[in-house]
Write a protein that binds this ligand. Structure first.
Ligand SMILES: [Mn+2]
Length: 446
């Protein structure tokens, strides 16, 4: 029998029935999906300490950016994931990772592999200057750092090999991927970044973080303080700017006021903060008054010019060693460098520090103080186009900073913590070709 087409009132009832069923089905599915997201979010990475009006709870994509995939847990034995097939993969080939390190995707991976250094990115853009730093971590991965992971690569000053884990030397280093950053709201990102970094610090790994603009300082430092305790972390800031301004256009957590927030919230004591390399047309007198009032140590460029970098760098190390806080966090804004050395940065200033000064310094900080974390922020590859593809002065400098930090961490592990340690074979390869009474340009012992 031919099917009788529905018509008239009957047709309306059938349509209504389908419309009602469809609405019910969609409502149930949406509710289930939302519940699943909320449940997994609670267990995983979404932390909203400061929800803003733009947070639309009915938007099912609103928590996807911070919710780890469920299959990351329990479907494989935890440990490092080697993403490149050859034994000796150069940076230019294969799947890019930070320092060509193997990956870890969960805290269980870090724990199972005994990861000592967890490299990670925080791809955030909050700055009110030239934006693009969110591309920083990707640019460093793409930079073609040509040193393969796992093979012997001694630092030329200390002769310490932080890289050679394939040979039973070196540190266990992993790329832990990127912190969750909400593309529409920094204020929704802050809590999740803090939780992500805290998760790493809790495993005992030292996070070495690649930014992202310098607003990442607040959640990164807060996470380290969450683990080590309020007042128990010293903070050393290398920056052309002092990052404690009251002028933030109403923003609570910006790239320009992290120092102020960390002090006001009691996370870091002012007397445990050292600011190094500032030289812009600020701080104004009132801000300088605030800095003095907190007991913040301030080695600005006039101080470095007056007393010399070697002297000032010794004072910084001494300040940290004598601090009441047991732990040290190092935050580097790339604009602390003379602009020509790090052109890919958002708020450059001339008259900065040199790679030589800073590379020696970060190795010393990691070796001679109890450095429990560090970050390099304000890498903006959009300002130096080649940097996103094949490396550049800026990206190679960042790779060097990370490698010198790792070297210092390995030196400390090996007990090489004396001031300005350099290996006896570092100068002239230990051949003794330089007469013993030749005066050194710089006496490492002072
Ligand atoms: Mn800064």
């Amino acid at each position: 029998m031919a099917h009788r087409p529905a018509c008239g009132r009957e047709n309306i009832f059938i349509q209504l029935k389908y419309i009602i069923m469809s609405i019910m089905a969609r409502t149930i599915a949406a509710a289930a999906a939302l519940l699943a997201l909320v449940a997994s979010a609670a267990a995983a990475g979404c932390v909203f300490e400061n929800p803003r009006p733009e947070y639309n709870k009915e938007d099912l994509s609103s928590e996807t950016w911070c919710t780890p995939r469920e299959d990351l847990q329990g479907n494989r034995p935890p440990g490092l994931i080697y993403v490149n097939r050859p034994m000796l993969a150069l940076g230019v080939s294969g799947i890019p990772t930070l320092l060509n390190a193997p990956l870890a995707l969960t805290a269980d991976d870090l724990k199972a592999a005994g990861v000592e250094v967890a490299l990670m990115g925080v791809p955030a853009d909050v700055s009110y200057a030239r934006r693009g730093s969110s591309w920083g971590p990707r640019a460093i991965r793409n930079s073609g750092d040509w040193y393969p992971a796992g093979f012997t690569m001694p630092d030329q000053y200390s002769r310490v090999d932080a890289n050679g884990w394939n040979l039973g030397q070196g540190l266990v280093i992993a790329d832990y991927g990127d912190a969750p950053v909400n593309p529409t709201s920094w204020y929704r990102s802050v809590g999740s970044i803090r939780a992500f970094v805290r998760e790493v610090v809790e495993t005992g790994a030292i996070p070495l973080i690649v930014g992202g603009d310098h607003a990442i300082m607040y959640p990164d430092v807060a996470a380290v303080v969450d683990v080590y305790g309020k007042g128990n972390v010293s903070l050393v800031l290398f920056d052309a700017h002092y990052d404690a301004t009251k002028v933030t256009f109403g923003g609570e957590y910006t790239q320009a006021n992290s120092i102020m927030n960390l002090v006001k919230e009691g996370l870091v004591d002012g007397s445990n903060i050292i600011i190094v390399g500032t030289r812009s047309w600020a701080p104004a007198d009132s801000d300088l008054e605030w800095i003095r009032g907190q007991g913040i140590k301030f080695y600005n460029m006039p101080t470095i010019d007056a007393y010399g970098w070697e002297q000032v760098s010794n004072w910084i190390i001494k300040d940290l060693q004598e601090s009441s806080a047991e732990n040290v966090y190092v935050t580097i804004d790339l604009d602390v460098f003379e602009h020509i050395y790090a052109p890919a940065t958002g708020t450059p200033e001339p008259n900065g520090l040199t790679p030589k000064q800073m590379l020696n310094m970060v190795r010393r900080l990691a070796a001679e103080t109890n450095m429990v974390g560090a970050e390099v922020a304000e890498i903006n590859p959009l300002l130096e186009p080649a940097s996103s593809v094949a490396g550049s002065p800026t990206t190679q400098l960042v790779n060097y900073l990370l490698r010198q930090m790792a070297t210092g961490i390995k030196m400390r592990k090996d007990g090489l913590t004396e001031p300005w340690y350099i290996n006896s074979t570092a100068i002239d390869g230990g051949q003794g070709q330089i007469p013993k009474d030749t005066k050194r340009q710089f006496d490492f012992s002072t």
